[in-house]
Design a protein around this ligand. Structure first.
Ligand code: FPP
Length: 262
């Protein structure tokens, strides 16, 4: 894998940003438009934020596009979201590939129409060697589902005599979770003013900095991202250390997350 252009030891810059894109419905309502118009505008905002992350050499961007609970929405809205997912893949995959974006989808995709499942797999195959930006779309995803499916895989391995229960460490457990090969998100952003995690990456967000933006998702632009990044840069991440210990680690050029020298 190619080295990112921004040094990854610049700890004031997140390597991985995870976003709950909220507020499409309210954006549309304010304009007397149907909710579906908000979702269409939401796709344009997705394009924008990908460009911003490429420009800033962010390593990974994970977007919550459809939760396992979103099936509860009116059937027309669910159909529109599925259609948008399909058409966006058709229209954007080539461009993502040209820009060096590696696209992956996490979540239980078995519930999707076969044509959508095929498009997802084709886009993942096409972009699998890219390394400018790891773009992950969480679709029919839930943090609890993620943890459960990892537990099932490990239980199966124990039942087969392949793994001892006492060997199930944090690392072994994490290796079965979605996003296993990416650094944990450094920065979580939720737009739309609500302050909830909503069953997003429950395990992976354990030490993530949380940021809540009042902007409705379709309005989330470069400037709004800049505000989030500045806020992140002003924070001291302690990972269980005291503030003084972190200052010492940083002055010794060691990583506050692992304590290792850089
Ligand atoms: C939440 O806003 C948004 C969603 C449930 C869907 C997000 C989908 C997109 C941004 C477009 C599709 C994305 C891709 C990657 C193709 P909401 O409807 O809950 O807004 P509200 O809280 O204002 O009602």
């Amino acid at each position: 894998m190619e080295k990112p252009a921004v040094p990854i030891d610049d700890y004031r810059m997140p390597r991985h940003i995870a976003i709950v894109m909220d507020g499409n419905g309210r954006w549309a309502k304010k304009r007397f438009l149907p909710r579906t118009a908000g979702h269409r505008a939401g796709v344009a905002a997705v394009r924008k934020v990908i460009e911003c992350c490429l420009k800033r050499r962010i390593e990974a961007l994970t977007l919550f596009a459809f939760s396992s609970e979103n099936w509860r929405r009116p059937p027309q809205e669910v159909s529109l979201l599925m259609e948008l997912f399909l058409t966006t893949l058709e229209r954007e995959t080539e461009k993502l590939n040209e820009n060096g974006v590696r696209l992956r989808v996490i979540g239980d995709r078995a519930a999707f129409a076969p044509v959508l499942q095929e498009k997802i797999s084709a886009a993942e195959r096409l972009t699998s060697e890219n390394s400018q930006l790891n773009l992950t779309i969480a679709a029919n995803y839930g943090g609890r589902w993620d943890i459960l499916q990892a537990a099932r895989v490990l239980a199966e391995r124990v039942a087969q005599g392949d793994l001892c229960p006492e060997d199930i460490s944090t690392g072994v457990f994490e290796s079965e979770l979605a996003l296993a090969d990416l650094p944990e998100p450094d920065l979580f952003i939720r737009t739309g003013g609500e302050q909830r995690i909503s069953n997003f990456l429950l395990w992976q967000l354990a030490y993530t900095e949380l940021y809540f933006s009042p902007a409705l998702w379709p309005d989330f632009d470069d400037q709004a991202l800049e505000l989030a990044l500045n806020d992140y840069a002003s924070r001291q991440r302690r990972f269980g250390y005291t503030s003084e210990q972190v200052e010492d680690l940083v002055s010794e050029n060691a990583c506050p997350k692992t304590g290792e020298s850089r």
